[in-house]
Design a protein around this ligand. Sequence first.
Ligand code: DP6
Length: 334
Amino acid sequence: MATGATPRATATRVEATAVARTNIALVKYWGKRAGDGNLPAAGSLSLTLDGLFTRTTVAFDSTLSVDDVWLGSAPADTDTTARVVAFLDLVRTRAGTTHRARVTSMNSFPTGSGLASSASAFAALALAATRAAALTLSARDLSALARRGSGSAARSIFGGLVEMSPDGDDPHATPLLDASAWDLRMVVAVVGGGRPKEVLSRAGMAHTAATSPLHRAWLDTVPADLAAAKDAITRRDLAALGEVAERSALGMHATALAARPGLLYFRGATVDALHAVRALRAGGANAWVTIDAGPHVKVLCAPTDEARVAAVLGSVPDVTEVHRCRPGAGAELE
Ligand code: DP6
């Protein structure tokens, strides 16, 4: 170095891009246990879908003074940014870096459709951020990290049918059956696209746990539902898996409805779609409904019933989009 020159750190920028697909729980997660780190009160079981994904690029950049978070072509709102910054802080602590990041994230599905999923978002963020920070985590550790962002995101690290354990200090998901191992279909009906946001899962489950007299009873049903679902998967018994999925979803909504005040995620079209699928089933179709913290209806069905399920859902007034999905792969780098 020449005498008198001021040493200057070289600007560094390291980026990585990851894709993660959303997952739909067949045995629902609805409640947390005490402790730090977003710990589920019970296990859950899900199907990762191929069609609905998030692609996220994380660039750690030594010239940035704050994290800069973009969703599509717009800056993220304050709450989303705060949640992403808190997650990046976990990654920075592990990687021993203080660099801020630019995060750009897009969903394959129309934003505002109400399908935006924290599952695919935090799974993609976990993989992209750890890789950009030069951390190489096992899939199991990545799943546990994704859980810190959102409980359901732990499951989107893996493809196909996935189980989330509630146990241990740092719970993680485990793959049960690869996406290619069983040809299932899920038809997603978007109800009333563009309506204002519902009570988000996080707030909804906290309110349910705090006020619903049915919540403890709901949690007590989960181990038996998990065992029945896993047995159905081992036997490739779609009817048995579908029955568990429908009762788990309706049970979750029963606990939420019994909260004070009750949480009502259904719209008229949600109930109409449920009746329509039950009518199809009475006519011999292999199709079962599940519903998350919103009005949309997801139907687990056999490949041979996919077209008629999609047609029936599409004819329900106020169903604004229908997506036909196959089992999808786990999160991957691009
Ligand atoms: C109804 O994973 O969104 O979709 O952990 O607070 O981020 P946080 O909750 P989140 O809850 C998912 C709830 C659900 C059921 C499920 O996916 O198991």
